[in-house]
Design a protein around this ligand. Structure first.
Ligand code: ADP
Length: 827
């Protein structure tokens, strides 16, 4: 800095030295004021003094201080005015006033607030170079105190003051600059620290993200997150808790500096905590001082764990909160929003990695399980690629194909088998087109495989192979056994039927079709049609019980489509199926002949007993009857009056009738052996018809020309023919021009004779009784009821049969058969 020249030599050297020193020491305006005032008082006779600084920027005059008759007044500011200080500032020249030299300004000002005005004085500009920096003024209450010399001294002092003021100002400005620079530096340091921290945090985040992106192990990931977070937040405790919201379970997967007692207590209490809801809602929870709260059951564990403050961060994966990441500090700690935001960013990264790792874990486990199942499956499995080669095969496939496991991959599927037998019918392309195909495939040593090819994606096919040799053998055996069973059923002498709930009967075997009288093709018959009306109710009741699960048996009379009635013994067995009994199996035996035989035996026994009785009675009656007849004959020889003659005639007639009855009875009960001869049945028929009363009935004979003779007692056989002809004649009595018909024919080993009439037939309710002795429907005197029973006895004695039937066109049909070849054939 160049020191401006001072007005020449007006100042003593010690004053100059003091001012120079002040300048060198960069004194403040206040210090300088004091120095200049003291020097002024030494050199000038003044009672008042002031120093003002001019700031051209603000146009404010700063009065540093002033003295007035020994009184010091403090600083004040004042704007430019029309006073003497402002005049000096405006004109930059000194202004002197005295009693005879008034001020050129409008006001003298009341610069120092004194009511008394100074009389003489000077105001001089303080300049540094050309620049005005202030105004210095000294004044006196007396006139004539400021001659030119005094003004020069003041100007010299002002010159030095200007330098010193500027030096001080510059020095202070420099200082202020230095200080400002220092503050800036300090601020920069803080920024730098923040930047460092942010960089560290970013680095931790970056490293975490990087580390986590590569990790596939959920447990390791969680551990890494906990440890890295502890470093980042300088935490002393950390935990990762996994939450299964669906099952409301919680598990500490990672616990650092946390005892098992704490973690298990926390896991158990979690869902009951107030914070749980916030965390599950995705909010961060901070507890600056955990010791200020009491959580029943947890507080003691928290105290034992040793952490004081906690931050708990939800781990959100997708939409779901999968866990909580928590850091603890062993001192109270509050969290700034920025820190929380950082912690949240960190937790989000971690959640992403944990979620991903958990997903990967699940997928990996599923894949491993799939591989284990695939490899260990009992069926041969192969994944066949689009080229038809095995991409992966299992051990069972290796076993089935006799190819080592290692050799399976890459081989064409068809090449694994000695022959792939389908040629153009190859199932592989079919499966590739989207259809699942199953085929039987005979392989070596009589073995049979079943191969199933199921389409997969991208032209791949899954092949499943099973060795079904044993099943095939079993199937074959089953087929054979079923065949035998079928043959057995078909040939069984017992009719086998099935009955359905809808009331249809199905004939299963030949015996059944013959029993029902249906053709084998149309074997389904409604049950209702099959049963004789009177039988329906009780048979249906038995069948209902069978449908309810009971085995029942009963007798049933069946009417066949041809009208014939057969009696059957039924055993109805329920066939249990899934969902109950839907079908009843019935075993039926035709017992018609058996029944007839039983009836015949009973009849024969009855006949024998009756014969004995009748024979005894007849013999007893015969003798008195012979006496009555003889006596009546004897009396008839004599002459009698007309009345007596009539009585005798009646006696003779009735006795004759009684004798005939007795003869009939004896005939019926006769037990004498048959006197067999070769008998021509046709001749017997002609003989009977020849003696029949003429004109009553025309008998048409249809006699087989070469009828073999039968070994029979002709007297008895003619009796049979006579009885049947008589009955036919009686049945047609009263009809106009009645015609009867007699036919003979031969049938294997029997000779048959049939007598047909045009009468009214036999009433159904008596049809079963007409062969009983003394059964008659005729009026007393017309019939004895013995004709048919005697005939029956005779025919049976010859080993033959006699039957009666109503003719569909009306009238009755009687026929009997006698054995012709071997008379003694047992029947
Ligand atoms: P009777 O002729 O004395 O009655 P039968 O033993 O010969 O005794 O016959 C028994 C019954 O059989 C007869 O009463 C009659 O009801 C019935 N009957 C026999 N033959 C015929 C026939 N041709 N047509 C109708 N009913 C007959």
């Amino acid at each position: 800095m160049t020191v401006p020249s001072t007005p020449g030599g007006v100042l003593p050297s010690e004053v100059v030295a003091a001012l120079a020193q002040a300048a060198a020491m960069q004194a403040t305006p206040e210090v300088l004021y004091d120095l200049i005032r003291r020097q002024t008082e030494r050199l000038v006779d003044a009672e008042a003094f002031y120093l003002a600084l001019w700031d051209p920027q603000t146009e404010i005059i700063h009065f540093v201080a002033h003295h007035d008759r020994g009184e010091l007044e403090g600083a004040f500011d004042h704007p430019l005015s029309d006073g003497p200080t402002s005049w000096v500032i405006r004109n930059e020249r000194s202004l002197r006033f005295d009693a005879d030299r008034p001020l050129p300004t409008a006001s003298r000002g009341s610069v120092f607030g004194s009511p008394e005005r100074s009389v003489s004085g000077a105001h001089v500009p303080v300049k540094f170079g050309d620049r005005l920096v202030g105004v210095l003024s000294a004044q006196s209450y007396r006139a004539g105190r400021f001659p030119d010399e005094a003004v020069q001294v003041l100007e010299a002092l002002a010159a030095h003051a200007g330098v010193a003021l500027e030096a001080g100002r510059l020095a202070r400005a420099a200082q202020a600059d230095r200080e400002a620079a220092g503050a800036e530096l300090a601020a920069m340091g803080e920024l730098r620290a923040q930047l460092d921290r942010r960089l560290r945090e970013l680095d931790a985040l970056r490293r975490t993200a990087h580390e986590l992106a590569g990790t596939a192990d959920a447990q390791a990931t969680m551990r890494y997150v906990a440890e890295e977070g502890m470093r980042l937040f300088e935490a002393t405790h950390a935990g990762v808790v996994l939450i299964d919201v669906a099952h409301r379970t919680v598990r500490h997967a990672v616990a650092i500096n946390l005892s098992p007692e704490y973690t298990s207590a926390m896991d158990a209490a979690f869902f009951g905590l107030r914070y749980a809801e916030l965390l599950l809602g995705g909010e961060v929870v901070t507890v600056p001082n955990a010791r200020e709260r009491v959580i029943p059951g947890l507080t003691e564990h928290i105290l034992a764990a040793g952490f004081v403050s906690v931050i708990a961060l939800p781990l959100t994966f997708g939409e779901e909160v999968i866990g909580v990441l928590a850091f603890g500090h062993d001192r109270p700690r509050s969290w700034e929003p920025e820190e929380i935001a950082l912690a949240r960013a960190f937790a989000d990264q971690a959640a992403l990695a944990i979620g991903k790792a958990r997903l990967l874990d699940t997928v990996t486990r599923a894949k491993t399980e799939w591989q284990v199942v695939f490899d260990a499956a009992p069926s041969g499995l192969a994944i066949v690629d689009a080229a038809g080669n095995v991409a992966r095969g299992n051990r069972a496939l290796a076993r089935l194909t006799n190819v080592p496991l290692a050799g399976l991959n890459g081989r064409a599927l068809a090449s694994l088998f000695p022959e792939w037998p389908w040629g153009a019918e190859d199932p592989l392309p079919q499966a590739r087109s989207g259809i699942t195909v199953s085929r039987l495939m005979p392989v070596s040593a009589g073995r049979v495989l079943v191969i199933t090819l199921a389409p997969e994606s991208d032209g791949r096919v899954v092949a499943v192979l099973d060795d079904v040799t044993r099943e095939q053998e079993a199937l074959e055996a089953l087929r054979r056994s079923e065949g035998r069973f079928r043959a057995l059923v078909a040939a069984a002498p017992v009719a086998i039927l099935t009955l359905d709930r809808d009331g249809t009967v199905n004939a299963v075997n030949a015996a059944a079709t013959s029993l029902l009288g249906v053709s084998p093709g149309g074997a389904m018959v409604p049950l209702a049609e099959l049963l004789v009306p009177g039988e329906r109710a009780h048979v249906e009741a038995h069948l209902a019980a069978a449908f309810a699960g009971e085995t029942r048996e009963c007798l049933a009379r069946l009417r066949r489509p041809d009208g014939a009635v057969r009696e059957a013994h039924l055993v109805a067995v329920p066939l249990e199926e899934r969902g109950g009994v839907r079908t009843v199996l019935a075993l039926a035996r035709d017992v018609t002949d058996e029944q007839a035989l039983r009836e015949q035996v009973a009849h024969a026994e009855k006949m024998v007993a009756l014969g004995q009785l009748v024979s005894g009675v007849a013999h007893e009656i015969n003798n008195p009857l012979a006496g009555i007849t003889a006596l009546a004959e004897a009396l008839a020889v004599d002459e009698h009056d007309e009345g007596t003659e009539r009585i005798l005639d009646t006696i003779r007639r009735e006795a004759g009738r009684a004798a005939r009855i007795v003869q009939g009875l004896l005939l019926f009960s006769r037990q004498r052996p048959l006197e067999r001869r070769d008998v021509d049945l046709n001749a017997l028929v002609r003989e009977v018809v020849a003696v029949a009363p003429p004109g009553e009935v025309s008998w048409i004979l249809d006699l087989a020309p070469s009828l073999p003779s039968v070994g029979a007692d002709p007297d008895q056989v003619i009796q049979v023919v006579r009885n049947l002809v008589r009955n036919g004649t009686q049945a047609m009595a009263g009809r106009p021009a009645p015609v009867g018909r007699i036919r003979t024919w031969v049938e294997s080993d029997v000779v048959c004779c049939e007598i047909l009439d045009q009468g009214s037939g036999i009433a159904p309710d008596v049809l079963g009784r007409i062969f009983e002795p003394f059964f008659t429907t005729k009026a007393a005197g017309e019939g004895t009821g013995l004709g048919l029973s005697i005939s029956h006895g005779i025919v049976r004695a010859h080993g033959g049969e006699i039957r009666a039937q109503n003719r569909p066109e009306g009238g009755a049909r009687f026929w009997f058969e006698l054995p012709h070849a071997t008379p003694s054939r047992p029947r």
